[in-house]
Design a protein around this ligand. Sequence first.
Ligand code: E4P
Length: 215
Amino acid sequence: MKFFLDTANVEEIKRISALGLVDGVTTNPSIIAKEGRNFEEVIKEITTIVKGPVSAEVVALDTKTMIAEAHNLVKWADNIVVKIPMTEEGLAAVNILSKEGIKTNVTLVFSLAQGLMAAKAGATYASPFLGRLDDISADGLSLVKDLRSVFNTYDIKTEIISASVRTINHVQDVALAGSDIATIPGTLFPKLWKHPLTEAGITQFLQDWETFSKK
Ligand code: E4P
């Protein structure tokens, strides 16, 4: 499974990229707003740090303007993926952009039907939102499992980005479910390599070594 970082914070991206763990980055308007920086400036900076796909989202709701935004976004760097909301207008934009060879990430996918529509329209990626489904007592993981199963059955090449990932268990579960990618918030990522027993083990090893060395 590939790991994307779900952040526009360049310090987080640099820190985790230095470990060789980052295959791409996803952003959305809320994530960009949180950084308080110019959209174009921050996306361009991210594309210089990460060589893999960097998703930048359109804010228009009509097809024509989405396409115009997409054409502008892809001029910023070679690795930009245009993030498009899962609407009728969005699907029409994805259909046109995919025929132009522009990579798209259909976002806000909450059902198997929506995932299928995104794939059929030509999306490079589809992003089911686990955490937001769990928030309403639905089952985000089942959606990822169902998408994986149906995409396998019909040999659909659209890659599944498990998004709205909130916990270590989410990451582990979507890996087991066969998600192509998990996009992980910068605050969650460091928790993936930590374990209390690892820390306790190191402390114990060092204590024992100190005791032995003094003998
Ligand atoms: C990524 O593509 C999504 O925009 C993001 O994972 C949404 O996460 P949230 O539901 O925690 O806002």
